[in-house]
Unconditional design. Sequence first.
Length: 377
Amino acid sequence: MTMRIGLVGCGNISDIYLLNAALFRDITFTACADINNEAAKRQASRYAIKAMTPKELFGSDEVDIVLNLTIPEAHAEISQAALEAGKHVYGEKPLATNVADGARLIETARARGLRVGCAPDTVLGASTQEARRLIDADAIGRPLLGVASIMGHGMEHWHPNPGFFFRPGGGPVFDMGPYYLTTLVTLLGPVASIVALGQIGFKTRVISAPNSPLLGQSIKVETLTSAQALLQFESGAQITFLASWDVWNNSVPPIELYGETGSMRVPDPNWFGGAIEKSTRRGEWTAIGTEQQRFGQPNWPSDKPVHANYRGLGLAEMARAITENRRHRANGDVALHVLAIMAGILEAATEGRPVKIAQGCEWPTALGEAEAEGLLV
């Protein structure tokens, strides 16, 4: 059964979802909407779907799942409205900008027998799933320690309207954190507790993106732009998580894990592919490529592919799970757990105390290569 998708939020990221939809058996786009009607008309014309208002889309008999690609501040409002209209929801990360709103979405969905899914679905890609298979096969022994790091100098130098990145619900923890934290949860299971430190490195930011109509304007920073957290996982693993937009340059790997018998490097979780590196005890690093796997093959940018970018994989897997009446992997419980981790990092850093994570989740099952291939046309 093909699930019909209505997209809300026709910004830049909508293109990759609309382009990739043709790859998957179980989804087809029928409509799009945006508060800017011209943006909706433009995408509707480009991809041969219907342009609607959000209200019309929520009420349409031609939409089974609402794909929420709005800005983070609108995620909870749009998803709540879609659920109340009787639609399943799949959204970009984060699930919401606070735990209470995220929990309300999950409660509403359960009460109505609906599904909530949430990015990132990069964790279903070849690199994270291969790393999961290696860990499950005891390739590095029981994971003990590790480091995950997001380092850069913010969004004001490239994004035309970067203000929301520096308000509550933004910052590196909420913006890029979901990729890294969901990857860690996929590999190691749920987080139990957190201790953290944080700061606002620069009180204001000046917009320097050349294409911005706001070029030269200042932004007041209202959320932490650096956080250093120690995550205690239920499995016993302890991971140092670094997230900063106050760093000009660095050489820290995205994710490095240390087990009882070896170590592993996991590539940038913003993408679906990339080589894993593994060493045993004091041995040399050995690269394990993932290009031979379907969701590890570079496909982006389309003219000269460098990265594997299969956004929409989680949406397609959710659609298949709905028809098979089973749990989907990029599910709302995982997204709520990651949201609680992010909120917990900020709480622990600003209040100077340990935080226990009350919003647990079931450890997502691995996605096998055969099952992944089966999602394709």
